[in-house]
Design a protein around this ligand. Structure first.
Ligand code: KE4
Length: 431
């Protein structure tokens, strides 16, 4: 029987020093109970806790580790970059190379700015949208998560949803009041809102494939409809591709669905597990950012050479023939076999998937919005999470997050995952 005494001791010490013992709320396992594992190392598709227990990892650091943990090329690139100096506060060739890859890969990117997190990318894009349009309101979607900047902590997904926090104290009503949050996939609702606030909305922020209420794909015509409505209303369409960028396709969801946003936010995979984010889009918009233009945004470690080396190496390793076909095959096989196991065990689940990101909802109905995602049986999810943990399979500790399959997950890893899931479901039948 696995023991996790060291994790408990470390987590207890952490609780005396950091709020909830963590540096990011979702890591506290508030929604699933039990004692979070402290991780000592990762290798390929696995992570190892401080008690030496091994887990097949479907969190992948919440998306960045699409190549798996400690990829040799990434580690070597980071070591080599660090040995040349960790930061200069000046431009480096690597930043130019990474910007080049982003602009060439992502259809809507004509110009880009590197930052240090997805939050920074989204907050900067919002400031640019407001500055460029002279408008103050922003539309987002219930369950959408765009980082923790004030304007986005309204009906947000991810940790806000997982913790059941209605919004967040500390966000003045004057700020929160400028944010309109609408049901995902409800184009008519967006049209009504744009009519009601005609001339006042700077941008629509959307996760083109929602990942922060669990995976919820865009229904046919949803993204195209947002594009059309933005063109009619004169507001900007912003794709938050922090998760989907380089995940669902080399060019992100905008390449997959053929809809071009005015601005795009990126993070996670493009940093290869180190702190990197980016925002970019139409050159006429990006040219308004300081020092080229008057809209200000800055960052001591923006474009950090060590982080950029991890991102460059990751993207170059991804940009090989067959990578995304293989990820699609792995994702579809896993989803199909999980559904088969559920059927064999008489367990009601809904599985949503796009490429190598998926969510198993403990519910029966379709999940096309936050309201339907919230119908999931969270008690069953917690038992499912804990049961798989005991089997050595590490899921995101929340019903409202995505599983991520990496290039390091081999067929035998997927097969052992399905076998573990079936054993857990067999033990859960009837309760
Ligand atoms: P970061 O600031 O955490 O790098 O990125 C914020 C962000 C922006 N946009 C999307 C679509 C995101 O998913 C995120 C962050 N995702 C969460 C998990 N889904 C990060 C995990 C955490 O908060 O610890």
């Amino acid at each position: 029987m696995p023991t996790f005494g060291n994790s408990q001791r470390w987590f207890q010490a952490a609780g005396q020093l950091m709020p909830g013992g963590v540096n990011s709320p979702v890591r506290a396992w508030g929604a699933v109970g039990g004692s979070p594992r402290l991780i000592a190392r990762g290798e390929g598709p696995r992570i190892y806790d401080v008690d030496g227990n091994a887990y097949l990892d479907y969190v992948g650091s919440w998306g960045p580790l699409i190549l798996g943990h400690a990829h040799p090329q990434v580690v070597a690139a980071v070591q080599e970059a660090a040995a040349r100096g960790t930061s200069f506060g000046a431009s480096t060739p690597g930043e130019v190379e990474l910007a080049q890859i982003l602009v060439e890969a992502v259809p809507g990117l004509e110009m880009v700015r590197l930052v240090s997190s997805g939050t920074e990318a989204c907050m900067s894009a919002l400031r640019l949208a407001r500055g460029a349009t002279g408008r103050g309101r922003v539309i987002k979607f219930d369950g959408g998560y765009h980082g923790h900047a004030d304007s986005f902590l309204v009906a947000a997904g991810s940790g806000v949803l997982t913790q059941g926090i209605p919004g967040s104290p500390g966000v003045p009503p004057e700020i929160a009041g400028l944010t309109i949050s609408l049901p995902y996939n409800d184009l008519e609702g967006v049209a009504r809102s744009l009519k009601q606030y005609s001339g006042e909305v700077a941008a629509i922020f959307v996760e083109p494939v929602a990942g922060n209420m669990g995976v919820v794909p865009p229904e046919d015509g949803f993204l195209e409809g947002l594009r059309r409505l933005c063109d009619q209303e004169g507001c900007l369409l912003v794709f938050d591709e922090v998760i989907t960028g380089f995940r669902v396709a080399w060019g992100g969801a905008q390449a997959l669905y053929g809809v071009r946003p005015d601005l795009t936010c990126l993070g996670k995979i493009m940093g290869g597990g180190l702190p990197v984010g980016a925002y970019g889009g139409r050159k006429d918009l990006m040219a308004q950012m300081a020092p080229a233009g008057p809209i200000y945004q800055a960052g001591t470690l923006s474009g950090n050479p060590v982080a950029v080396a991890a991102g460059l190496t990751t993207l170059r390793a991804l940009n090989q023939p067959g990578t995304y076909e293989s990820l699609e095959e792995k994702g579809s096989w896993l989803a199909r076999e999980l559904a088969g196991a559920a059927g064999r065990r008489g367990v009601p689940v809904t599985i949503n998937r796009v490429g190598s990101m998926l969510t198993v909802f403990c519910t029966t109905g379709p999940v096309t919005s936050l309201e339907e995602a919230k119908a999931a049986d969270l008690g069953r999810f917690s038992r499912f999470f804990q049961g798989l943990l005991a089997e050595g399979v590490y899921l995101p500790p929340s019903q409202f997050e995505a599983w991520f399959v990496s290039t390091a997950h081999r067929q035998e890893d997927l097969e052992s995952t399905v076998a573990a899931v079936e054993r857990v479901w067999a033990g859960m039948v009837g309760h």
